[in-house]
Design a binder for this molecule. Structure first.
Ligand SMILES: Nc1ncnc2c1ncn2[C@@H]1O[C@H](COP(=O)(O)OP(=O)(O)OP(=O)(O)O)[C@@H](O)[C@H]1O
Length: 267
């Protein structure tokens, strides 16, 4: 087994290096007796440029979350190499909303800063900026039970951005939302990403969502997950998530990804 995740602080001379480099990554899970039970991902290699938005799609159980958890340093005992060229560890947004129910929206967003002992004035400023960026200013004092599902996910996104990590890892963050709310949040996420310049790895079951958001879409095979395609998404930025659906290339690419998902062996 190779060493786990390596985080390297980029020097100015290395500014052109990818933010994420994954080489021949294989991850198996073992039972308590040490017998191997599941090979989740097998020989996966890819890189993500600094500031790039990459989506990973693939069938249920193909190892998408496992890849993301490895990037977040939440899994050990892997083989292959995983390098992050980043001044900070990545931030993560999960599918299930992870807001703390006893804190207000502002307190939830400030939570990572309070753990780090950031001063009250600085916390206030950062939270104010993030409330504005995510459209939550009017709900600063609300508690999570007063929010819709989409608003709770906005709080999760704001909290992931608050301490200014370079890399944002998003695991189906809009998966539990209705289609219309999803489209609104996709547009907002694009706007936020364009404003902040983060490197994003975003997992989704939705081909449509992947093509809406990403610069590149990585398509995985059924478990054990391998990479079957690494597709450029050619649409210009900034994108209008509704207008792009008038573009024939959107539907051609949708068809291409669905073909890969339906028959990865022939890809
Ligand atoms: N801690 C674990 N112990 C044992 N097996 C695991 C563990 N975590 C994941 N697996 C297995 O690894 C495989 C990949 O799981 P993973 O959650 O990465 O898939 P996924 O592509 O994200 O699935 P989904 O799209 O359904 O969320 C699955 O077969 C799963 O059962």
């Amino acid at each position: 087994m190779a060493a786990a995740l390596e985080i390297v602080r980029p020097s100015p001379a290395e500014a052109d290096r990818p933010a994420i480099e994954v080489g021949h990554l294989t991850k198996a899970f073992y039972d308590s007796e040490g017998d191997r039970v599941t090979v989740a991902v097998s020989d996966v290699s890819f890189s993500v440029a600094s500031g790039e938005f990459v989506c990973i799609v693939g069938p249920s159980g193909c190892g998408k979350t496992t890849v993301l958890r490895i990037l977040a340093d939440l899994e050990q005992k892997l083989s292959g190499t995983v390098k992050l060229h980043s001044a900070t560890p990545p931030a993560m947004v999960f599918q299930e909303t992870s807001v703390l129910p006893w804190l207000t929206v502002s307190e939830n967003i400030a939570f990572p800063l309070s753990l780090k002992g950031v001063s009250g004035a600085e916390q206030e400023k950062r939270v104010r900026d993030l409330l504005a960026l995510t459209g939550l200013t009017d709900f600063a004092r609300a508690r999570p039970h007063q929010l819709s599902g989409g608003m709770k996910q906005r709080v999760s996104v704001a909290r992931a951005l608050v301490d200014d990590r370079d890399i944002l890892l998003m695991d189906e963050p809009f998966g539990s939302l209705d289609e219309q709310t999803r489209l609104v949040l996709q547009q907002e996420l694009l706007r936020i990403w364009e404003t902040t310049g983060k490197t994003v790895v975003f997992i989704t079951h939705s081909v449509d969502e992947a093509l809406t958001l990403a610069d590149r879409v990585l398509v995985m095979s059924p478990r054990p997950g391998t990479l079957v395609a690494d597709l450029e998404v050619p649409f210009e930025r900034p994108r209008d998530v509704v207008e792009m659906r008038r573009d024939k290339r959107f539907w051609d690419l949708t068809y291409k990804v669905w073909r890969l998902l339906a028959s990865p062996a022939r890809a």
